[in-house]
Design a protein around this ligand. Sequence first.
Ligand code: FAD
Length: 402
Amino acid sequence: MRDIVIAGAGMAGLHAAEALREAGFDGRITLIGDEPRRPYSRPPLSKEFLTGKGAPATLDLRQDAEFDALALEWRLGRAAVRLRPAERAVDLDDGTSVRADGVVIATGSRARRPDTRLAGVHVLRTAEDAEALRAGFAEHERIVVVGAGFVGAEVAASARAAGLAVTLVEAAPTPLTRVVDPRVGGVFTELHRDNKVDLRLGVGVAGFEGDDRVRRVRLADGTAIDAPLVVAGLGALPNTEWLAGSGVALAGGAGGVLCDAYCATSVPGVYAAGDLANWPHPRYGGRIRLEHWTNAGEQAAVAARNLLAGEGTRQAFTPVPYFWSDQYGMKVQLLGQAAPADTVEVVHGSPEDRKFVAFLGREGMLVGVLGLRSTPKVMRYRRLLAEPTTWADALAEVSGPA
Ligand code: FAD
């Protein structure tokens, strides 16, 4: 194999390139990215980068010299538009093609956009999005955040830190429903309200109103909220459209790229990693797809090594999923899975004190560990999720203050 193409210059793309070089691959690696910059870190975009408390350097994943040492063919500001496995080629949007004996698909996901063209309605996925939103923070005194998933909840916290009046609208009964079990999720409701966020739960958005720019958000219950600035945190969609006709099997809907346990797609020599990869995880009873920063790096390294490895020497990807979010100076962390869980038990601290660790169980097995302001304790239980652990055995491992 002489030419490897990595499509997508994000967290997964960078880690794939590094893993290829670490494994001794000295052929040509072309990294195609449709953003103008080298890979950067997205988590600060909704946190310190948005409040202006971190210099732009906080987005850096690597120093220039570290990027240069990888000796990559950079194709930045260019999108991959087609994969032609039979011709061993990836086509770019400038009409050129790159030879590809092997491919790592790492085109990640994009923000789901609300159905409006009004100015002042933002999404947050890229550094450019964050810069535009930060300018909005400086210009306006109030903001409506639609969706209290982790991006929306973090934007609400950052907007409060920047001094804006914030209304946060969420159709679910508690914030962060995808990562925090609703049985302990009430703490996040209180957290927003204590920080003077006008939190509207259990109500969806009917539409955005205005002339050239947004003036109001209309809720499904008929209420109108004045809104010179809006951020929609409506989740993400995997960037898989460019794979149409390539033979790479997709999961359908917004399910991403179908991979096997080794991160291989349905096309030989084509692997996938990061936000768009959908693969079978033996401990979670089926396929999973994670939109988590740590996963993107870990999965890309395994995908890249497997691309180089021969049959029989490939490594199955069976991580302990890890996710964190920072809001109002507090860190929430999830190891494993949040849902579905049939059992939730707080094993340290209490949600009322805003400091706790909870175990999440399904069918008698431990499936997740959730913590707020409890990093060392959460991490101590990671090993319980690295192998199948019964609920009873997990509880027997609990030590330290209850
Ligand atoms: P991406 O980061 O999406 O990178 C893919 C790249 O490919 C992008 O640059 C994209 O523009 C590009 N691309 C797309 N299509 C093409 C194409 N056809 N050709 C070429 N290039 C293309 N996770 C956490 O665990 N904790 C957090 O606190 C956290 N905070 C976050 C905050 C924000 C605001 C956002 C947006 C995400 C956050 N995440 C967090 C999620 C984390 O950043 C993602 O899981 C991670 O970036 C995924 O990496 P990736 O490389 O798979 O995809």
